[in-house]
Design a protein around this ligand. Sequence first.
Ligand code: NAP
Length: 258
Amino acid sequence: MPRLANKVSLITGSGSGIGRSAALLFASEGATVIVNDLSEESGLETVRLIQQAGGEAFYINADVADPNSVAEMTEIAIGKYGRIDVLFNNAGISGVGAIHEIEPESWDRVIRVNLKGVFLPCRSVLPHMMERRSGCIINMSSCIAEIGLARRASYAATKGAVLALTKSMQVDYAPYNIRVNALLPGTIMTPFVEKYLSESYEDPEIAIAAIKTRQLSGELGRPEDVARAALFLASDESSFMLGSPLYIDGGVVFGKNA
Ligand code: NAP
């Protein structure tokens, strides 16, 4: 039996990186995947890859930080499939800088996408899950919620907030048989990280070596590593996990190299 048989899953930001990897994996495990992304081209490419592999997927263009856009996305999804079993709030953007270096507009943009972009899809999808007294929400936090990292203030603030939000949400929605858990990845090699490394360092190889020193694993994380953790949270195998942070970080948070 596929692990997500008959589950309708909405994955935000699934035109790239971790989201695309999760979309492909969920579909291969029997889920119908609603692919969301700002970029129509990359969202449709995820759908094409899923369909090519024999899975079922549908693309909805929406900005997760825009209330009207999110309401429309939910309406289309519910209209087409009648329910959303799994909501994976994955979309996110990077933010670089210490507090004194960050322009207020840049701060607002990171908070808007990474935090409001979790709040809005939850707010829109939850009434449907509550009505059915069933549902699973996965929120994308980061191991940066647990550790200090240089010049990542706005990004860290959002990912810490997503972790706190996850725990509060779980208390509110447990009575409706809705599980809410969070993923806390370490550094995962995706277009998001590759762009950050090439923009922030003259020699990205030096940055990669530095990243490896803060984890216990000698390997860099891959999108599939996080996608597999998301699959576990989305499936009924994790039915006793409520409000939990799940770390996929190569040993950053709980490991010490020296
Ligand atoms: P990615 O490759 O850049 O994928 C993120 C996707 O989200 C992109 O396709 C992007 O679309 C989309 N997106 C951005 N803003 C959006 C919006 N307002 N509405 C809808 N879609 C939007 O990044 P990733 O590395 O896979 O990251 C996915 C999530 O994991 C993020 O929340 C990130 O913070 C988190 N995370 C990543 C790492 C890591 O090391 N990679 C570690 C911890 C946590 P466009 O490209 O069209 O803008």
